[in-house]
Design a protein around this ligand. Structure first.
Ligand SMILES: [Zn+2]
Length: 106
């Protein structure tokens, strides 16, 4: 497997919907390395989740709510985008999280 994508964080140019590479369907982070994928009980890689969210066949935080996940992501966005307000970060996080499979599937 090859994920031929260098982590480039070119700033300016504005946001917009950019679909890049595999991203975790729980927290939305980009998964850049094979060892960052989650695994099921038998150790088989699950490409839809990262290992921080999903490990050995279960979610690491099964009781986490979508609101908490949005808040977590908003804080992460804040740390990398210093000129962004928490409201903007929450808005962006919400957009990203609510479309993910973990939160849309019942
Ligand atoms: Zn994740």
């Amino acid at each position: 497997m090859s994920i031929g994508r260098a982590p480039s964080s070119c700033g300016g140019g504005g946001g917009g919907a950019n679909l890049r590479g595999p991203s975790c369907q729980s927290c939305g982070i980009l998964i850049m390395r094979a060892d960052e994928f989650g695994r099921d009980k038998t150790g088989v890689i699950r490409t839809e989740y990262c290992r921080y969210c999903y490990d050995r066949g279960v979610f690491t935080e099964p009781d986490l709510t979508v609101e908490q996940m949005i808040e977590n992501l908003a804080k992460t966005i804040m740390t990398s985008r210093r000129n962004m307000t928490i409201e903007d970060a929450r808005e962006k996080a919400k957009e990203q999280i609510t479309g993910l499979r973990r939160w849309t599937a019942k």
